[in-house]
Design a protein around this ligand. Sequence first.
Ligand code: OXD
Ligand code: MN
Length: 611
Amino acid sequence: MNALSKEVAEVTRKTGAPATTLPALEAWVAEVAALTQPDAIHWCDGSDEENEALIAKMLTDGTLLKLNERTHPGSYLHRSHPDDVARVEHLTFVCSRNRDDAGPNNPWMAPDEAHAKMDALFDGCMRGRTMYVIPYCMGPIDSPLARCGVEITDSPYVVANMRIMTRMGAAALARIEREGTERAARGERTDTFVKGLHSTGELDPNRRFIMHFPEALTIKSYGSGYGGNALLGKKCHALRIASWQAREEGWLAEHMLIVGIENPKGETRYIAAAFPSACGKTNLAMLIPPEGYRRDGWKVWTVGDDICWMRPGADGRLYAINPEAGFFGVAPGTSSKSNPNALATIQRNTIFTNVALTADGQPWWEGLDDRVPAFDWRGNAYDSSNGPAAHPNARFTVSARQCPSWTPAAENPQGVPISAIVFGGRRASLVPLVFQARDWRHGVLVGAAMGSETTAAATGQVGVMRRDPMAMKPFCGYNFADYFAHWLSFDRPGMKLPPIFHVNWFRKGADGRFLWPGFGENLRVLEWILDRAEGRAGAVETPIGHLPRADDLNLDGLDLDGAALQTLLTFDRDGWRAEFDSLGAYLDEFGARMPQALKDEHGRVVSALGG
Ligand code: OXD
Ligand code: MN
């Protein structure tokens, strides 16, 4: 017996592992245990009893605080390390064999170097800790579009969050084992589940990295316990690794919400919409129709608020699933005005992270109401001179099924058909309220051209305009040039692709105030979008696409200043010329790999804009 297998045998003796029939999984868990040296291994089954035991442990050691049981039953507060409050894009690497495959859009490290760096960090890091093995499924457990993974972590907080955010536990393990056994019978490799290894380490920002090895379907994350850095099913698997897999297999893994709009005739049509982090995807996915629309019988159904996996169906349409089972939403700004459905969703069985606390133990954040909290997100007595009470990236983790607008269509294994794709950024100027791309190719350019002001979802400066193509800048697991080529490849005979639109809810007037009321009123724009998709609503053609005139939108009952409306619907030729100059320079950064079709499309719009 060599040293490694001796250590594995020792861990197995101590803990009772292995707990799987799939040799490839058993071997990987044993290998990780030998490296990280945990005191115990716990295979998560996802049961209520398991969750209760974990919660009890976290209440005892202070990882969780119980919130007011009367107002927020079954809910808890977690305060993260103050240096660990957001995704860390500069420490997030794509470690493809070939550097160009990661592209200029991703920090890159050679796989051998990255493994060596990470394994040195993981060496012995779980001594004194329990290692949790979390089998999970992204997507409905019986969906052919769903994919499985296993996250190994030493954080019970991660386990509790993964249980809400994914289909975690026994059913996922059974699927992983079944798929492995079927592959073995065909003589194929059996470790096709995504392997995610995570440790909170010492929470030292100088010893923090999130590494992706897309060719090996592997993720290694060390030194953070926060959100997308640690809940590996979300950004790491369902976007970075999945986008790579999707390209190989002919589908799309996108940073998009999925929302169903039911009209008074009872017809529901689904929209997939990409917005950067903290730009209102959760609000749009749970929109409450304005009063007049409600009276007429309009309804809105939530399928997903962050990630969308889409695949062409036999009829050539795109069908989408939400790979997630819960919401990891931004709390600040969530209120009975901005998102009553989200507020109703998080009244129970919710894990809050880095929110403030009222004197009677209720969660609180800026924008919720006019109460004054007693404690800030760090747990200090609240003092407004210390900054916001809740961290701007404070979050709630909650099951999607608790949302009043949740639809059982989210469980449809075949996914929902997509009638329109929407891109949108946070743009204070230039970009109109809504426009429609001429065709798919132009739509891909519109997505590639997306720009947005940065938010608190990632560490770094907030409010800086940056290019964020298709809201995937932090999440595309490969070269953007290849990603655009992949999008373009869907434009082929037999496909019935949805039309593509761009929206901007964040346009500001000279006084710095938002011109468009947003929230529920956004349904007016979605109605125009869906009518356009069915060839009904009017528009005026411009070089940047088709814009509605005021008369083309249903503005009944909306109190909107005429000048504001004019600004929102105006196409500013000079401003767009400058925008397209900068877009051209951006596309050139990708060199010869950028698809000629996209460059030609850019050239076509530039000539339409005139010199
Ligand atoms: C998220 C993000 O957590 O985009 O969804 O940061
Ligand atoms: Mn997101």
